[in-house]
Design a protein around this ligand. Sequence first.
Ligand code: ADP
Length: 598
Amino acid sequence: MTTAPSPPATARSLSSDDGSTTLGAQFRSQMPAYVRGSIVLALFQLSMNRIDWMGKRAVDLLFGDTPEAAARPALMMLLLAVVAFVTRISSRWFIFNAGRDVEYDLRARLLAHLHKLGAAFYRKMSAGEIMSRASGDLLQVRLLLGFGVLNLVNVIFAFVSALQVMSRISLKLTLASLITFPILLVITRSFSKMMFSKTRSNQETLGRLSDMLQGNLAGVRVVRSFALEGRELARFRVANSAYVEASLGLARVRGLMQPIVATTSAAGVLIFFWYGGSMLLAGPENGGLSAGDFFAFWSALLRMTWPIIALGFSISIVQRGRAGYIRLKEIFDAVPEVVDGPEPAPASIAGALSVRKLSFNYGNKRALDAVDLELPAGRSLAIMGRTGSGKTTLALLLARLLPTPRGSVFVDDKDVCSLPVAAVRAAIGYAQQDAFLFSTTVSRNIGFALENPDDEMDRIRAAASEAQVLEEAMALPEQFDTVVGERGVQLSGGQKQRIALARALVWEPKILVLDDPLSAVDAKTERAILDAIDRQSDLRTVVLVTHRVAAAARCDEVVVLDEGKVVERGTHAQLVKAGGIYADFAEEQAMQSELAEL
Ligand code: ADP
């Protein structure tokens, strides 16, 4: 059994849903860590500054009359080096951790938000694209808020610390050595712009590539059954080449930037050797440099070289982080279609369901047209109709699994739109037609809704038995502990459907909505499941979407949908007598079963 690692202490307090997800807000949330990190960074650069001055003293003493006196400043240098070591590590600890905490927090918010988004969003953004944003783009944001912030702060302190040494030794030499500095800034700025657009296109092509791979893996059976591996491979190659091209484009910019930046800063060092060397030869008595001055200046100049290069890096990290954040923001900005209502969850729910003038469109297409239903608590209702008549849409709207219009679905006379979504979904259990299984064990699939499924095996077993899947589960190699494979590939369609049914039964909701639970089962299992549904309807309100008359006949009432409208309603007996669509269904299915018996 896998146990989830506990979240970092700082992150835990952040993952509540009240904070803003703007980059600025994330930055501000980490302010205490940044302040602590900046203080130790300042201490680090201060100790480096003192090391330079101690170095000057030690070298001057070494070349003077009392070389043995150099031991004292040399020892001080060692102590300062220890301080520098500790402060450098702790600055990384504070600031990198801030980046990690933001990453943790954003990831948690991302999943919470993705749970709330509806079909409209998932039609626009594929799973592969979302995965790519949740991994690659999030990483860029972490680098921005960790590595990027650290380097930007460090650059400032390093400049102050090194410039203090250099300018005190010789202002002229400082100006000469830093002559390349403005050029460096121009170079890094122009590169960072290129980096931004290249990173964006790189991340986009990666998104498309992951999307295609994900689609191919999920539909691997379809690809194989049509023997289209070759064509799919060719399409994949195109996407793969686009990604390689985009990555190379980015690598070219990055690869060009580093040597250009390093060469330019090396030119500054060259100037130092030429000009500083001549000042050293002149000696301090002639307004030149002592050996100690030369050493300390050189050491300080070297300390500035890395921050200058890091500045280039950091600017590109900031650009990449921003590009990544914009892509994440597209997910955060997607507005959930189904939101909590203002009223609190009712203390208890009896389970009466009523639908009043419910109409629903998919785009311009009308799927339901002024549907009215009344179902007292504890009664059962069958919804019948041809394929495409709107049965599934109606079932989904009951539990607000689609954006249910206000004032159209009521539980115990309360508009479901005025209640918290979780309360509605807890009250209305829904077993979907195309059963989805997680790639875990049979028992965890059935006990998905339970807090600790491993401790509630009796309930799981009872639900499996009710859903007529117990015997088959026990026949699997590791019984309830058998892992069903991705999306349940190891099981038949009927088995998956009954496991999904068991999952809905174990939840024991007040209202149970079953969407065609008999579409993939044989006649014997059908009878057994119908018996189970009979027993369920003694315990709770049941809405059964079905195309089978044998199933509808067992319900207290039957409603027939046609093109989104209720066209017939009554008991099985009444509808058979009425001679409408239901009677046609009954006749057709009676003939089919007679033929099957022959
Ligand atoms: P049934 O369950 O009776 O087969 P559905 O409720 O699935 O019917 O569908 C009702 C109508 O709505 C059909 O015409 C179907 O094509 C359409 N429909 C269903 N789902 C969508 C969707 N996500 N987008 C657009 N149209 C849809």
